[in-house]
Design a protein around this ligand. Structure first.
Ligand code: HEM
Ligand code: SF4
Ligand code: SF4
Length: 398
Protein backbone atom coordinates (compact mmCIF):
# COMPACT_ATOMS: atom_id res chain seq x y z
CA UNK A 1 0.00 0.00 0.00
CA UNK A 2 1.42 3.42 -0.91
CA UNK A 3 1.91 6.07 1.80
CA UNK A 4 -0.51 8.96 1.56
CA UNK A 5 0.79 12.49 2.10
CA UNK A 6 -1.46 15.47 2.55
CA UNK A 7 -0.03 18.50 0.75
CA UNK A 8 -0.36 21.62 2.92
CA UNK A 9 1.40 24.47 1.09
CA UNK A 10 2.84 27.31 3.15
CA UNK A 11 3.06 30.34 0.86
CA UNK A 12 4.92 32.37 3.49
CA UNK A 13 7.70 29.81 3.31
CA UNK A 14 8.02 30.23 -0.48
CA UNK A 15 8.26 33.99 0.04
CA UNK A 16 10.77 33.56 2.86
CA UNK A 17 13.07 31.41 0.69
CA UNK A 18 12.74 33.94 -2.16
CA UNK A 19 13.71 36.80 0.15
CA UNK A 20 16.77 34.86 1.34
CA UNK A 21 18.18 34.54 -2.19
CA UNK A 22 16.16 31.57 -3.51
CA UNK A 23 13.68 33.41 -5.76
CA UNK A 24 14.90 31.43 -8.81
CA UNK A 25 13.09 28.33 -7.47
CA UNK A 26 10.04 29.08 -9.62
CA UNK A 27 12.06 28.57 -12.79
CA UNK A 28 12.57 24.86 -12.06
CA UNK A 29 10.78 22.48 -14.44
CA UNK A 30 11.90 19.28 -12.69
CA UNK A 31 14.29 17.92 -15.32
CA UNK A 32 16.56 16.41 -12.59
CA UNK A 33 19.82 17.47 -14.24
CA UNK A 34 20.90 18.96 -10.89
CA UNK A 35 20.42 15.69 -9.06
CA UNK A 36 22.51 13.84 -11.66
CA UNK A 37 25.19 16.56 -11.43
CA UNK A 38 25.52 16.45 -7.65
CA UNK A 39 28.46 14.21 -6.77
CA UNK A 40 27.67 14.08 -3.06
CA UNK A 41 23.95 13.29 -3.19
CA UNK A 42 23.27 9.69 -2.05
CA UNK A 43 21.75 7.23 -4.56
CA UNK A 44 18.72 6.68 -2.36
CA UNK A 45 16.43 9.73 -2.54
CA UNK A 46 19.09 12.13 -3.91
CA UNK A 47 18.96 15.94 -3.85
CA UNK A 48 18.45 18.78 -4.88
CA UNK A 49 15.54 18.21 -7.38
CA UNK A 50 13.16 17.00 -4.68
CA UNK A 51 13.97 20.05 -2.52
CA UNK A 52 13.27 22.30 -5.52
CA UNK A 53 9.77 20.92 -5.97
CA UNK A 54 9.06 20.76 -2.23
CA UNK A 55 10.13 24.42 -1.88
CA UNK A 56 8.07 25.66 -4.81
CA UNK A 57 5.05 23.79 -3.42
CA UNK A 58 5.59 25.42 -0.03
CA UNK A 59 6.21 22.11 1.79
CA UNK A 60 8.00 23.85 4.62
CA UNK A 61 8.32 20.89 6.99
CA UNK A 62 9.63 18.61 4.24
CA UNK A 63 12.40 21.07 3.39
CA UNK A 64 13.38 22.57 6.74
CA UNK A 65 13.22 19.30 8.63
CA UNK A 66 15.44 17.46 6.15
CA UNK A 67 19.12 16.71 6.85
CA UNK A 68 19.72 16.72 3.07
CA UNK A 69 19.79 20.52 2.77
CA UNK A 70 22.76 20.42 5.17
CA UNK A 71 24.56 17.69 3.23
CA UNK A 72 24.78 20.07 0.24
CA UNK A 73 28.19 21.83 0.25
CA UNK A 74 27.09 24.66 -2.06
CA UNK A 75 29.71 23.89 -4.70
CA UNK A 76 27.42 25.19 -7.44
CA UNK A 77 27.84 22.20 -9.83
CA UNK A 78 24.05 21.83 -10.08
CA UNK A 79 23.49 25.53 -10.73
CA UNK A 80 26.12 25.51 -13.51
CA UNK A 81 24.27 22.73 -15.34
CA UNK A 82 20.65 23.70 -14.65
CA UNK A 83 19.13 24.41 -18.11
CA UNK A 84 16.57 26.81 -16.57
CA UNK A 85 18.85 28.98 -14.44
CA UNK A 86 16.87 27.89 -11.37
CA UNK A 87 20.04 28.10 -9.19
CA UNK A 88 19.37 25.05 -6.98
CA UNK A 89 22.55 25.78 -4.95
CA UNK A 90 21.16 29.20 -3.98
CA UNK A 91 17.72 27.77 -3.21
CA UNK A 92 19.24 25.19 -0.83
CA UNK A 93 21.35 27.91 0.78
CA UNK A 94 18.21 30.02 1.30
CA UNK A 95 16.42 26.97 2.73
CA UNK A 96 19.28 26.47 5.22
CA UNK A 97 18.88 30.07 6.38
CA UNK A 98 15.14 29.56 6.75
CA UNK A 99 15.89 26.40 8.78
CA UNK A 100 18.24 28.35 11.07
CA UNK A 101 15.43 30.85 11.75
CA UNK A 102 12.93 28.02 12.26
CA UNK A 103 15.01 26.24 14.92
CA UNK A 104 16.22 29.37 16.72
CA UNK A 105 14.45 30.78 19.77
CA UNK A 106 13.07 33.47 19.60
CA UNK A 107 12.23 33.16 15.90
CA UNK A 108 11.68 36.90 15.29
CA UNK A 109 15.36 37.48 16.14
CA UNK A 110 16.33 35.02 13.39
CA UNK A 111 14.25 37.01 10.88
CA UNK A 112 15.75 40.30 12.08
CA UNK A 113 19.38 39.12 11.92
CA UNK A 114 18.97 38.25 8.21
CA UNK A 115 17.38 41.62 7.42
CA UNK A 116 19.88 44.23 6.13
CA UNK A 117 17.70 47.08 7.40
CA UNK A 118 18.29 45.94 10.99
CA UNK A 119 22.09 46.07 10.67
CA UNK A 120 22.52 49.53 12.29
CA UNK A 121 20.62 48.29 15.37
CA UNK A 122 22.58 45.05 15.61
CA UNK A 123 25.89 46.90 15.37
CA UNK A 124 24.68 49.80 17.51
CA UNK A 125 23.94 47.62 20.57
CA UNK A 126 27.51 46.31 21.03
CA UNK A 127 28.98 49.67 19.94
CA UNK A 128 27.11 51.44 22.77
CA UNK A 129 27.87 48.63 25.25
CA UNK A 130 31.63 48.66 24.67
CA UNK A 131 31.74 52.47 24.65
CA UNK A 132 30.28 52.27 28.16
CA UNK A 133 32.75 49.51 29.16
CA UNK A 134 35.67 51.64 27.85
CA UNK A 135 34.37 54.65 29.79
CA UNK A 136 34.23 52.61 33.02
CA UNK A 137 37.73 51.18 32.45
CA UNK A 138 39.38 54.50 31.64
CA UNK A 139 37.68 56.71 34.22
CA UNK A 140 36.75 54.52 37.17
CA UNK A 141 39.92 52.45 37.64
CA UNK A 142 40.61 53.60 41.23
CA UNK A 143 37.09 53.03 42.53
CA UNK A 144 36.98 49.61 40.85
CA UNK A 145 40.36 48.68 42.41
CA UNK A 146 38.97 49.55 45.86
CA UNK A 147 35.79 47.59 45.20
CA UNK A 148 37.70 44.51 44.01
CA UNK A 149 40.10 44.73 46.99
CA UNK A 150 37.04 44.29 49.21
CA UNK A 151 36.63 40.83 47.65
CA UNK A 152 40.37 40.05 47.88
CA UNK A 153 40.87 40.52 44.11
CA UNK A 154 42.59 42.99 41.76
CA UNK A 155 40.81 45.07 39.15
CA UNK A 156 44.06 45.92 37.33
CA UNK A 157 46.08 43.05 35.87
CA UNK A 158 49.69 44.19 35.94
CA UNK A 159 51.64 44.33 32.66
CA UNK A 160 54.92 45.97 31.57
CA UNK A 161 53.78 46.49 27.96
CA UNK A 162 53.53 50.18 26.89
CA UNK A 163 50.08 49.53 25.38
CA UNK A 164 47.64 46.90 26.67
CA UNK A 165 44.09 46.40 25.36
CA UNK A 166 42.93 45.71 28.94
CA UNK A 167 43.70 49.38 29.78
CA UNK A 168 41.04 50.35 27.23
CA UNK A 169 38.37 47.75 28.14
CA UNK A 170 39.15 45.74 31.27
CA UNK A 171 39.43 41.95 30.86
CA UNK A 172 36.83 41.62 33.61
CA UNK A 173 34.30 43.61 31.58
CA UNK A 174 35.14 41.73 28.38
CA UNK A 175 34.59 38.38 30.08
CA UNK A 176 31.53 39.45 32.00
CA UNK A 177 30.02 40.26 28.58
CA UNK A 178 31.16 37.27 26.55
CA UNK A 179 30.93 34.34 28.96
CA UNK A 180 27.16 34.72 29.62
CA UNK A 181 26.54 35.59 25.95
CA UNK A 182 28.27 32.44 24.72
CA UNK A 183 26.45 30.30 27.27
CA UNK A 184 23.12 31.79 26.18
CA UNK A 185 23.92 30.96 22.55
CA UNK A 186 24.80 27.38 23.52
CA UNK A 187 21.47 27.08 25.37
CA UNK A 188 19.53 28.40 22.34
CA UNK A 189 21.40 25.90 20.14
CA UNK A 190 20.56 23.03 22.49
CA UNK A 191 16.85 23.88 22.42
CA UNK A 192 16.94 24.09 18.60
CA UNK A 193 19.01 20.91 18.22
CA UNK A 194 16.56 18.76 20.17
CA UNK A 195 13.76 19.66 17.73
CA UNK A 196 16.06 19.59 14.70
CA UNK A 197 17.34 16.06 15.29
CA UNK A 198 13.80 14.83 16.02
CA UNK A 199 12.59 16.37 12.74
CA UNK A 200 15.41 15.12 10.50
CA UNK A 201 14.88 11.61 11.85
CA UNK A 202 11.10 11.76 11.26
CA UNK A 203 11.75 13.08 7.76
CA UNK A 204 14.27 10.31 7.00
CA UNK A 205 11.77 7.65 8.15
CA UNK A 206 8.96 9.26 6.12
CA UNK A 207 11.05 9.46 2.94
CA UNK A 208 12.58 5.97 3.40
CA UNK A 209 16.10 7.38 3.84
CA UNK A 210 16.85 5.21 6.88
CA UNK A 211 15.93 1.75 8.02
CA UNK A 212 16.34 2.80 11.70
CA UNK A 213 12.76 3.63 12.57
CA UNK A 214 13.54 4.04 16.30
CA UNK A 215 15.95 6.79 17.31
CA UNK A 216 18.89 5.80 19.54
CA UNK A 217 20.56 8.89 21.06
CA UNK A 218 23.79 7.14 22.13
CA UNK A 219 24.29 5.61 18.67
CA UNK A 220 23.54 8.99 17.11
CA UNK A 221 26.16 10.75 19.28
CA UNK A 222 28.72 8.07 18.38
CA UNK A 223 27.92 8.75 14.70
CA UNK A 224 28.48 12.49 15.22
CA UNK A 225 31.94 11.73 16.63
CA UNK A 226 32.61 9.37 13.69
CA UNK A 227 31.70 12.15 11.23
CA UNK A 228 34.23 14.58 12.71
CA UNK A 229 37.35 13.37 10.79
CA UNK A 230 35.40 13.65 7.48
CA UNK A 231 34.36 17.18 8.43
CA UNK A 232 37.86 18.27 9.53
CA UNK A 233 39.50 16.82 6.41
CA UNK A 234 36.80 18.50 4.27
CA UNK A 235 36.22 15.25 2.36
CA UNK A 236 32.75 16.30 1.17
CA UNK A 237 34.02 19.72 0.05
CA UNK A 238 36.67 17.90 -2.01
CA UNK A 239 34.11 15.60 -3.64
CA UNK A 240 32.46 18.61 -5.29
CA UNK A 241 33.47 19.20 -8.92
CA UNK A 242 33.41 23.02 -9.26
CA UNK A 243 35.26 25.39 -6.94
CA UNK A 244 37.45 22.80 -5.21
CA UNK A 245 39.70 25.61 -3.98
CA UNK A 246 36.91 26.50 -1.50
CA UNK A 247 37.95 23.55 0.66
CA UNK A 248 41.37 25.04 1.44
CA UNK A 249 39.92 28.49 2.19
CA UNK A 250 37.29 26.99 4.49
CA UNK A 251 39.88 24.78 6.23
CA UNK A 252 42.02 27.85 6.95
CA UNK A 253 39.07 29.65 8.50
CA UNK A 254 37.84 26.62 10.47
CA UNK A 255 41.27 25.77 11.90
CA UNK A 256 41.90 29.48 12.49
CA UNK A 257 38.80 29.65 14.69
CA UNK A 258 39.75 26.47 16.53
CA UNK A 259 43.24 27.96 17.13
CA UNK A 260 41.76 31.21 18.47
CA UNK A 261 39.41 29.26 20.71
CA UNK A 262 42.34 27.30 22.22
CA UNK A 263 44.36 30.50 22.71
CA UNK A 264 41.43 32.28 24.41
CA UNK A 265 40.84 29.31 26.74
CA UNK A 266 44.55 29.26 27.74
CA UNK A 267 44.59 33.05 28.20
CA UNK A 268 41.46 32.83 30.39
CA UNK A 269 42.89 30.12 32.68
CA UNK A 270 46.33 31.75 32.94
CA UNK A 271 44.74 35.14 33.77
CA UNK A 272 42.12 34.10 36.31
CA UNK A 273 43.84 31.08 37.88
CA UNK A 274 47.53 31.94 37.34
CA UNK A 275 47.06 35.72 37.75
CA UNK A 276 49.32 36.44 34.74
CA UNK A 277 48.03 39.07 32.32
CA UNK A 278 48.74 39.60 28.60
CA UNK A 279 49.95 40.76 26.21
CA UNK A 280 52.30 37.79 25.77
CA UNK A 281 55.77 37.94 24.14
CA UNK A 282 55.76 37.41 20.38
CA UNK A 283 57.87 34.25 20.83
CA UNK A 284 55.49 32.70 23.39
CA UNK A 285 54.04 29.46 21.82
CA UNK A 286 50.49 30.61 22.66
CA UNK A 287 51.14 33.89 20.84
CA UNK A 288 52.64 32.04 17.88
CA UNK A 289 49.50 29.86 17.68
CA UNK A 290 47.31 32.99 17.93
CA UNK A 291 49.18 34.62 15.03
CA UNK A 292 49.04 31.53 12.81
CA UNK A 293 45.29 31.22 13.56
CA UNK A 294 44.74 34.94 12.83
CA UNK A 295 46.57 34.74 9.50
CA UNK A 296 44.52 31.60 8.62
CA UNK A 297 41.24 33.46 9.26
CA UNK A 298 42.30 36.56 7.30
CA UNK A 299 43.71 34.68 4.28
CA UNK A 300 40.92 32.03 4.23
CA UNK A 301 38.10 34.57 4.43
CA UNK A 302 39.83 36.82 1.87
CA UNK A 303 39.86 33.87 -0.58
CA UNK A 304 36.17 33.23 0.18
CA UNK A 305 35.34 36.90 -0.53
CA UNK A 306 37.29 36.70 -3.80
CA UNK A 307 35.29 33.58 -4.78
CA UNK A 308 31.97 35.30 -4.06
CA UNK A 309 32.94 38.42 -6.01
CA UNK A 310 33.75 36.21 -9.02
CA UNK A 311 30.23 34.68 -9.03
CA UNK A 312 27.96 35.78 -11.86
CA UNK A 313 24.88 35.94 -9.57
CA UNK A 314 24.99 38.53 -6.76
CA UNK A 315 25.20 37.03 -3.25
CA UNK A 316 22.60 37.74 -0.60
CA UNK A 317 22.95 39.82 2.58
CA UNK A 318 23.30 36.74 4.82
CA UNK A 319 26.29 35.51 2.75
CA UNK A 320 28.08 38.86 2.86
CA UNK A 321 27.28 39.40 6.52
CA UNK A 322 29.08 36.16 7.47
CA UNK A 323 32.08 36.75 5.24
CA UNK A 324 32.57 40.35 6.34
CA UNK A 325 32.19 39.30 9.98
CA UNK A 326 34.82 36.55 9.71
CA UNK A 327 37.27 38.70 7.72
CA UNK A 328 36.66 41.64 10.06
CA UNK A 329 37.30 39.51 13.14
CA UNK A 330 40.64 38.28 11.80
CA UNK A 331 41.74 41.64 10.37
CA UNK A 332 40.89 43.76 13.44
CA UNK A 333 42.53 41.18 15.74
CA UNK A 334 45.77 41.28 13.74
CA UNK A 335 45.67 45.09 13.36
CA UNK A 336 45.09 45.62 17.10
CA UNK A 337 48.24 43.62 17.80
CA UNK A 338 50.31 45.05 14.93
CA UNK A 339 49.66 48.68 15.90
CA UNK A 340 50.10 47.87 19.61
CA UNK A 341 53.63 46.64 18.85
CA UNK A 342 54.46 50.06 17.36
CA UNK A 343 54.14 51.35 20.93
CA UNK A 344 57.62 49.90 21.63
CA UNK A 345 59.09 52.50 19.22
CA UNK A 346 60.04 55.77 20.94
CA UNK A 347 57.66 58.62 20.19
CA UNK A 348 54.93 56.43 18.73
CA UNK A 349 53.18 55.32 21.94
CA UNK A 350 50.50 58.04 21.87
CA UNK A 351 49.27 57.55 18.31
CA UNK A 352 49.76 53.75 18.40
CA UNK A 353 47.61 53.59 21.53
CA UNK A 354 44.69 55.50 19.96
CA UNK A 355 44.76 53.49 16.71
CA UNK A 356 45.22 50.15 18.47
CA UNK A 357 42.32 50.88 20.85
CA UNK A 358 40.17 51.81 17.84
CA UNK A 359 40.83 48.44 16.16
CA UNK A 360 40.25 46.65 19.47
CA UNK A 361 36.89 48.43 19.85
CA UNK A 362 35.77 47.22 16.40
CA UNK A 363 37.14 43.75 17.23
CA UNK A 364 35.03 43.59 20.42
CA UNK A 365 31.90 44.68 18.53
CA UNK A 366 32.47 41.89 15.98
CA UNK A 367 33.04 39.24 18.68
CA UNK A 368 29.77 40.36 20.25
CA UNK A 369 28.03 39.91 16.86
CA UNK A 370 29.60 36.46 16.49
CA UNK A 371 28.45 35.21 19.89
CA UNK A 372 25.10 37.00 20.24
CA UNK A 373 23.84 36.33 16.71
CA UNK A 374 25.46 32.87 16.34
CA UNK A 375 22.26 30.75 16.59
CA UNK A 376 20.37 33.14 14.25
CA UNK A 377 22.84 33.88 11.44
CA UNK A 378 24.42 31.77 8.68
CA UNK A 379 27.23 31.04 11.18
CA UNK A 380 24.83 28.57 12.85
CA UNK A 381 25.81 26.16 10.06
CA UNK A 382 28.71 25.06 12.26
CA UNK A 383 26.22 23.35 14.57
CA UNK A 384 23.46 22.23 12.16
CA UNK A 385 25.91 20.84 9.59
CA UNK A 386 27.72 18.76 12.21
CA UNK A 387 24.36 17.49 13.54
CA UNK A 388 23.12 16.64 10.01
CA UNK A 389 26.35 15.03 8.82
CA UNK A 390 26.36 13.00 12.03
CA UNK A 391 22.81 11.94 11.23
CA UNK A 392 23.83 10.92 7.67
CA UNK A 393 26.47 8.69 9.29
CA UNK A 394 23.86 7.31 11.74
CA UNK A 395 21.35 6.60 8.96
CA UNK A 396 24.11 5.20 6.75
CA UNK A 397 23.09 7.77 4.17
CA UNK A 398 26.18 8.20 1.99
C1 HEM B 1 34.37 27.73 13.48
C2 HEM B 1 33.94 26.99 12.52
C3 HEM B 1 33.55 27.48 11.14
C4 HEM B 1 33.73 28.67 10.53
C5 HEM B 1 34.39 29.90 11.08
C6 HEM B 1 33.16 28.59 9.21
C7 HEM B 1 33.12 29.62 8.30
C8 HEM B 1 32.48 29.59 7.10
C9 HEM B 1 32.31 30.69 6.21
C10 HEM B 1 32.84 32.09 6.44
C11 HEM B 1 31.61 30.26 5.13
C12 HEM B 1 31.12 31.10 3.95
C13 HEM B 1 31.77 30.73 2.67
C14 HEM B 1 31.19 31.56 1.54
O1 HEM B 1 30.26 32.32 1.73
O2 HEM B 1 31.69 31.44 0.43
C15 HEM B 1 31.35 28.86 5.34
C16 HEM B 1 30.69 28.07 4.45
C17 HEM B 1 30.56 26.72 4.62
N1 HEM B 1 30.87 25.98 5.73
FE1 HEM B 1 31.74 26.66 7.38
N2 HEM B 1 32.66 27.34 9.04
C18 HEM B 1 32.88 26.63 10.20
C19 HEM B 1 32.52 25.34 10.45
C20 HEM B 1 31.99 24.49 9.50
C21 HEM B 1 31.69 23.11 9.74
C22 HEM B 1 31.92 22.35 11.05
C23 HEM B 1 31.17 22.61 8.60
C24 HEM B 1 30.73 21.21 8.43
C25 HEM B 1 30.73 20.57 7.33
C26 HEM B 1 31.15 23.69 7.63
C27 HEM B 1 30.73 23.61 6.33
C28 HEM B 1 30.57 24.65 5.47
C29 HEM B 1 30.06 24.55 4.13
C30 HEM B 1 29.65 23.27 3.44
C31 HEM B 1 30.06 25.83 3.59
C32 HEM B 1 29.65 26.25 2.17
C33 HEM B 1 28.20 26.39 2.09
C34 HEM B 1 27.64 27.57 2.79
O3 HEM B 1 28.11 28.70 2.51
O4 HEM B 1 26.78 27.33 3.63
N3 HEM B 1 31.63 24.82 8.23
N4 HEM B 1 31.88 28.48 6.54
S1 SF4 C 1 16.74 22.97 -10.64
FE1 SF4 C 1 17.26 23.06 -12.79
S2 SF4 C 1 18.36 21.16 -13.16
FE2 SF4 C 1 17.25 20.89 -11.22
S3 SF4 C 1 15.33 19.97 -11.76
FE3 SF4 C 1 14.99 22.16 -11.73
S4 SF4 C 1 15.29 22.82 -13.82
FE4 SF4 C 1 16.21 20.79 -13.66
S1 SF4 D 1 25.49 22.87 -4.69
FE1 SF4 D 1 26.84 21.13 -5.06
S2 SF4 D 1 26.53 19.86 -3.24
FE2 SF4 D 1 24.82 21.28 -3.30
S3 SF4 D 1 23.21 20.18 -4.37
FE3 SF4 D 1 24.32 21.40 -5.90
S4 SF4 D 1 25.85 19.99 -6.71
FE4 SF4 D 1 25.11 19.11 -4.80
Amino acid sequence: MSNQYLVEPCLDFVEQVASLGGDSVKKCYQCATCTVACTIAPDNSPFPRKEMIATSWGLKDRVLGSADIWMCHECGDCSELCPRGAQPADVLSAARSAAITEYATPKFLGKMVNDAKMLPLFLGIPAAWFALMAFITMTMGESMEKLFKGFGMHWHHHTDAPIASADFVSSWLVDVTFVPLLNLSILIFLIGLIKFVKDIHANAVLEGKTDKTDFNLVQYLVSVVKAIPTIMLHKKFNECGENKSRALAHQMVLFGFIGCFIVTAIFFVVLYIGGVAGPYDQINPVKILANIAGVGIVVGSFLMIKDRLAKSEPSSFKDWALLVLVFGLGATGMLTQGVRLLGYIDGLVGIAQVVSYFFYYIHLILIFCLFAYLPFSKMAHIVYRVAALGYAEYANRK
